[in-house]
Structures are given as C-alpha cells and as structure tokens.
Write a protein that binds this ligand. Structure first.
Ligand SMILES: [Zn+2]
Length: 475
C-alpha cells in the first residue's frame, strides 16, 4: 500500500523586545541565572501583569509579513499546567481570539513552488529554563515571561523537505522583519512538529503524533523522517498508530514516547481576568504595514531586475541578512554590483568561514570594500591582487587600499611593451604549446597565458595578455 504523510508545525519565536511580556524585567541571554526576575515573572500571588506594547506590534508585523489578517479584537487566556518552569501554574496565552489569523508562506521546495497555509499566530509568554544536572534540577527564571509568539501552520506539508523549506523561509522573514534574531542555539526559535500518516486515497487524516520542542533544523528533518517510517511500519503490520506526544533523541536519531492520549493534558483554558482584551484599529494596522521592511524574495527580485545580477548570486546574497545589508550599502559606495557580488561570494565567504562574519565586516566595511572594488573596476588591480589586498587589510584591521597597492607594487600591468616582452619570452620558451595551438588546439594558449602571468608575478592584465598572445600567434 502507498502512504501519504501530513505535517503541521507549531513554531515558537522569541520576539526582540527589550523587556518581558508582562513586566519590565530585561531579557538578556547568558545573564547570571535568576537575576532578571520580579514578582510578576516569578508568579507571586497578586502580582499584576502589564502588557508590553512592543511585543504586540512585533507579533502583528510578523502576521502582516506572512499575509495574516490582524484580529481587531483579541484576548488573553490562562493555560493551566503544573511544572517548575511556570511558577504561577498557568501560562498567559491566547486561546480562541489570537492576534493574527490566516496567512501563508510560498517557498521553493526541490525546484517546485509551494504555498503553505498558516492558521494563526498567537502571543504568549515564555517558560523558565530547566537544566537537569547530575542529581539535581535547576530552574533559571530569567527566561520566564519573555515575549514568545506561536506561529501555527495548517497540516499542509507532506515531507521533511517541505517542513525544512517552510522553517528556513520563516526564519529569514522573522530576521529580515526585525521580529526576532531566531538564534536557534539560544532557543529563540523552536518547533513542535505534528506528523500523521494515512493510506493514499483515505479522506480522514491518520492519528496525530506530536514531537515536542526541537530547535535544530537537522533534528526536525531526522525526527520527521524517522516518524513517517515508524508510523508506516505500524500500519503495514496491521497495527494502529496511537495519538501521543513524543520526544526526539538526537543521539539515536529516534523519537520516543512521552505522553499517551490517556493522560493528555487538559489545560482548562479560561479568560485571563487581569488583562484587558487587545483592540487594534485599522489605522494602526495600516501604519504598521507601511513600516514593513523589504523581504528576502523582494530583495532577490530587486537584485535580478534592477541590479542585473544572476539569480544564483541573488539567492546567495539574500540568504544571510548581514551579507545582504552589507551588499546594499557597498553598492551605494561603488556602483559595481556584479564585482561586489563576486568579491563577497569568493574571497569574502572564504574569509568569513575562517574568521567569522563579525570580524570580517568590522574591517571590510562598505566604504573600504567599495574602495577595493573600485580598484578592480578601473583595472588598477587584478582579481588575484584583490584577494591579496583583502588579506592584508584584514591582517592590519584596515588601511588605505590605494597606498597598499602602490607600496607593494600590486598594480596590474597593461602596458604593451612590458606585456610584449613577457609574451615573446613565453612563446620562445614553449614551442610545444605554440605548435599545439597552431595545430588546432585553442586550449594550448592557456599554458602560454600561465607563463606570462608567472613572469609578471600575477600583475599582467589577463585580458590584455590574451589579446597580445592571439595577435602574435594568429597574425
Ligand atoms: Zn519580571
């Protein structure tokens, strides 16, 4: 029998707010545990929550970026549960009236454009962080009560590749939109994944298995693939898949059971009495809409249609917002988009892999990069000299590119008499290559070219050398 998998994602994204969702405590990753806490986020009885308006703005902007409707009236609910990470024994969340409704995300999956629909985005507060050390469990309430939104997709995906493409695009949009840094290592983006399997042709979905709280794309992919295989296996053997919650064990690459349906939680949602409902006027929504930044897909289109870059370049440049922002600023300094793109995709990426992007861009600012690109554009230096120049600039943490080129004698030679001398020498010393070229092997000219570049110590202008060699050999 053939089977079809259905996947839905519930993605938690921590918003970039200075303070927590319902109190004025700061959020600071890596701070000394339990130093950013107060009676509200510690859940003292009687402490009253105060709404963080910036979080509401960011949640609604996330919704607008994903094509959601902004709910003019939304309200707060208590989701009741008992666990040390939520000391007041309930989480303030949104149950039946979330901030954002509907929406979608169109992405390319293995060469095919697919649109995945989004059911809702609701605002809630984060739980504290539990750490289980040898023989003890520790709780850090610094994270308790920080602003957290949950983006719920419809069950509309069918493979790990679908889920990965959706998550990757979602992360980019949140970063470009200034909604969240989505640093997964810091737990700023985590997903619960719902997976079910049914025989193709069956109308109703199979029993839903939820895999909880994963922060790595690689783990999400492994967990989905494992879970689809496991469920098909159960069905093939005539068994029944149980609706349950499972965890993922990265060491074994397997999911394992955490809770069955029998003891599934009943959260007993009820309206939060300490917070007013949120009313959002249409004018407010339009103002937020006008403030939305350019998204990766729009940027890619601009690079291709306005700057004339190949689609490949546009994709690589926009994959990382830091690089894309740097690129935009550098084009303003030196109007040579393709040369700038070549520079960052070649030498730039190699350096970034070696020393990290922060260190690279702290030296190779748009201004300095623009000066280097200008030297290539006006043919003062060759590409290989450019790479050398960048190494020097990074080592010295800056400098004057023109002066370095002069001091180190890196300027490219296009002067005919110098080129002619090197070309004659190469031709005289390589009769075999000359013979091959004349005998109908055009590629043989490359070894002569190499000889000239070597003789000039990389300073000869390659285009001029090629012209000179052809003139001599063909003429
Ligand atoms: Zn607090």
């Amino acid at each position: 029998m053939k089977y079809e998998a259905t996947i839905g994602l519930e993605t938690h994204v921590m918003q970039k707010t200075n303070t927590k969702m319902f109190c004025s405590c700061k959020y600071e990753y890596g701070a000394e545990p339990n130093t950013h806490v107060c009676p509200v986020c510690l859940g003292y009885p009687g402490a009253l929550p105060v709404l963080n308006e910036k979080a509401i703005e960011l949640c609604c902007k996330a919704g607008l970026l994903l094509g959601c409707e902004i709910n003019p009236y939304s309200k707060w609910d208590r989701k009741n549960y008992f666990y040390p990470d939520m000391s007041k024994n309930y989480q303030i969340s949104q149950y039946d009236q979330p901030l954002c409704l509907g929406g979608s995300l169109t992405v390319e999956v293995e060469g095919e454009m697919k649109t995945f629909s989004i059911e809702r985005i609701h605002q809630e507060e984060n739980a504290a962080k539990n750490t289980h050390a040898a023989g003890a469990s520790l709780v850090d309430y610094n994270r308790a009560g920080t602003a957290l939104m949950e983006i719920v997709s419809d069950p509309c995906m069918h493979s790990a590749a679908d889920a990965l493409a959706y998550m990757t695009a979602l992360k980019q949009i949140m970063q470009y939109g200034g909604i969240s840094d989505c640093d997964q290592e810091k737990g700023q983006m985590r997903s619960d994944v719902n997976v079910s399997v049914r025989p193709i042709g069956q109308k109703e979905l199979g029993a839903k298995v939820e895999i909880k709280n994963m922060n790595s794309f690689a783990f999400i992919q492994q967990a989905i693939e494992y879970e689809i295989g496991r469920q098909i296996d159960v069905l093939e053997r005539g068994g029944k898949v149980d609706q349950e919650t499972r965890g993922f064990d990265p060491d074994r690459g397997e999911t394992f059971i955490q809770r069955t349906k029998e003891d599934a939680h009943d959260y007993r949602y009820f309206p939060e009495p300490d917070l007013m409902p949120v009313k959002i006027a249409a004018e407010q929504v339009e103002q937020w809409r006008a403030e939305l930044p350019e998204l990766p897909a729009q940027r890619r289109a601009r690079y291709v249609f306005e700057l004339g870059l190949p689609e490949y370049d546009a994709g690589v440049l926009t994959a990382d917002k830091t690089i894309s922002d740097w690129f935009d600023e550098t084009v303003l300094k030196s109007n040579n988009p393709k040369l700038i793109s070549n520079m960052i995709m070649g030498k730039g990426m190699a350096c970034i892999n070696e020393i990290g992007s922060e260190k690279y861009f702290s030296t190779m600012t748009p201004t300095l990069s623009g000066e280097v690109v200008d030297l290539v554009a006006n043919k003062t230096i060759s590409n290989s000299a450019m790479n050398e120049l960048i190494d020097i600039l990074i080592e010295k943490k800056g400098g004057d590119p023109k002066r370095i080129v002069e001091e180190k004698g890196m300027a490219q030679v296009s002067d005919d008499s110098a080129l002619e001398g090197w070309a004659d020498e190469a031709i005289a010393n390589n009769p075999k290559a000359v013979e091959e070229y004349k005998g109908g092997k055009p590629a043989a000219i490359n070894s002569l070219m190499g000889q000239v570049m070597k003789a000039s110590r990389g300073k000869a202008n390659p285009g001029a050398v090629m012209q000179m060699l052809k003139k001599k050999l063909d003429g």
